[in-house]
Design a protein around this ligand. Sequence first.
Ligand code: NAD
Ligand code: MG
Length: 393
Amino acid sequence: MKAISVFGATGSIGESTYDLLMRQGGAEVYRTVALTGGKNIARLAEMARALRAEVAVIADPAGLEDLRAALAGSDCEAAAGPQALVEAGARDATWVMSAIVGAAGLAPGFAALKQGATLALANKESLVTAGALLLEQAKASGARILPVDSEHSAIFQALVGEDIAAVERIILTASGGALRDWPMERLAKAKLADALQHPNWVMGQRITVDSASMFNKALEVIEAKEYFGVTPDQVEVIIHPESIIHSMVGYRDGAIMAHLGTPDMRHAIGYALNWPERENLPVKRLDLAELGRLTFRAPDDARYPALRLAREVMAAGGRSGAVFNAAKEIALDHFIAGWIGFLDMGALVEEVLTRMAGANDFGLPPSCLADVQDMDQRARAVAGDIAVKMSGR
Ligand code: NAD
Ligand code: MG
């Protein structure tokens, strides 16, 4: 029996993972070691019962008693808080879905790699903030990281049987998000509800806003560089509004291999779950004739400062990825709360990067997780100060 855990089970990726696990036989086929959620205790307990999980962990420590009550009568243990998440990662699952949103996903995923699990990585923030550490840990424990971000899964699949040395370029596709057709002058006025109208993908709230600002793509450029070990200039971004081509790999002979599919994360999750096999997945099949055509356009750097900032972060290396991600998370919190404007997010992140670049450990590679977490906390503090000033509160 494959022993699995799902971190962030109650989220968008978590729900899709749960859906596939249930369709592929649920508790009859999988031994579920740990399921975790952020706040939704009822849903977490429901999933834990259905999959007969050994432990369910809720991120909020205040939720422990309620979780215990919700699990009463089952054999599932209840736990809560960040330390319990890391302990759950250290349990003996052999396949672990890392689908917590944000830097909070790093430590539990790291613990899973440490104990040798295959890490199905949706949490791109892990690679952005601590890519080298993660890859080193995987190597040391003979563990594998399988990409779950749809672009990186597409690239991974387009690389099967190929030599990475023959790769000339990686082409990440981007839908452009909810505001891609808005004129620049209007963008400053965009509200949360506007940014949430994603044209193709149904995702968690945070990544949906990040898609509109292109911060999601910016994180993904760094993620691709880290995971595939290519140089920054080998990673390109193209706007592809239909989201049918999930990404491409260009080889030195000029050939381009693309991965196509409907915009459904179960493509990527299912591939990582069943890898190296392929199983029948409940995804809608593409009807190319109905689709008619696919379109592309170059991203506009003036419109999307996030992409330029990602290039600066890749050039700086060291701990700059942790600063970038932390600043982006704070900017996003403040935008979601309605305190700063849509375009303020880019300005805020840039300001944090400029200020933190003066720190003597900014360009220094982190030697352990604590280094990353320390940089993350400092960047959050700086970002919080700037955000408060920006919002005039
Ligand atoms: P989501 O917000 O829907 O779910 C996140 C999960 O993490 C939930 O279970 C939530 O309760 C939990 N969580 C939130 N804060 C937490 C904390 N501090 N500690 C512990 N748990 C916490 O997010 P999502 O859209 O499913 O995205 C999850 C991850 O996958 C993100 O890193 C995202 O970038 C990545 N991703 C998502 C999609 C998608 O289609 N949704 C696609 C590609 C990559
Ligand atoms: Mg993606």
